[in-house]
Design a protein around this ligand. Structure first.
Ligand code: NAP
Length: 246
């Protein structure tokens, strides 16, 4: 579905990002794997793609840093000859009730989750405009739709990503570039593994499908939205949450 396309995927060393990277490679995309600090995990993603007969390269880059993202995008364009698909998936949580949330915890989550997506889009924007083609996909969260106690920073960032998605979709539609978002519910990754077991158990009770999702539940939709099959879908936010937020 993605033959020959160059896909840049942030946070592709682990979890949902890795699943999107593998699924994209299985669909014949060439993949730039962006990660923050976990080189071994990023190289594992690259190794798995190579095992599939695909092409991939890892880039360490803090998506929250404007200049660093510019350098990384320039390097990827040099290495791969261009960029067709961008997935803003990198994300962090620093949960606590607002009453005790430290200023740094608010700033960090906004900076990585929301500004990180802005930084990446900002640096591929003119490149995709000139090509008159491109797909941008933002991984938001149901927390950005429903809010979530203990996640004022995260829910704000994820709600912001939805506004960003719709704005980019409007700005770039005339250039044949789409921008969509996926809002996952609870998905089995290191992020949910860090949640207290009791809280996750309670949370799953509220999921109509009565289970947590798998990274592949998200990556299959991601590849569809990145493909030509989704050419008439833009500015959309699709939940992958087992019915949690319907
Ligand atoms: P995860 O397993 O914790 O992995 C996070 C990924 O983001 C890692 O690859 C990490 O790189 C990367 N990352 C973190 N900070 C970064 C930074 N500053 N710059 C570049 N990369 C950075 O997370 P996940 O559960 O797969 O979540 C992926 C996305 O889905 C996130 O945006 C998350 O908010 C969203 N989401 C997840 C769930 C869920 O239930 N899991 C639900 C809704 C939404 P390193 O490996 O180098 O640290």
């Amino acid at each position: 579905m993605l033959t020959g396309k160059v896909a840049v995927i942030t946070g592709a060393s682990r979890g949902i990002g890795r699943a999107i990277a593998l699924e994209a490679a299985e669909n014949n995309a060439r993949v730039a794997v962006i990660y923050a600090g976990n080189t071994a995990a990023a190289e594992e993603t690259v190794g798995e793609i190579k095992k599939l007969g695909g092409e991939a390269k890892a880039y360490q880059c803090d998506v929250g840093l404007f200049e660093e993202t510019k350098k990384t995008i320039d390097k990827i364009i040099e290495d791969f000859g261009g960029i067709d698909l961008l997935v803003n998936n990198a994300g962090v949580t620093r949960d606590s009730l607002l009453l005790s949330m430290k200023e740094e915890a608010f700033d960090e989550v906004i900076n990585v989750n929301l500004k990180g997506a802005f930084n990446m889009i900002r640096h591929v924007y003119s490149h995709m405009m000139k090509k008159r083609a491109g797909r941008i996909l933002n991984i938001t969260s149901v927390a950005g739709i429903m809010g979530n106690a203990g996640q004022a920073n995260y829910a704000s960032a994820k709600a912001g990503m939805i506004g960003l998605t719709k704005t980019v979709a409007r700005e770039l539609a005339s250039r044949n570039i789409t921008c969509n978002a996926i809002a996952p519910g609870f998905i089995e990754t290191d992020m949910t593994a860090a949640m207290p077991e009791k809280i996750l158990e309670e949370a799953v009770k509220a999921v109509p499908l009565k289970r947590v999702g798998r990274p592949e539940d998200v990556s299959r939709l991601a590849v569809f939205l990145l493909s030509d099959l989704a050419g008439y879908i833009t500015g959309e936010v699709i939940r992958v949450d087992g019915g949690l937020c319907m």
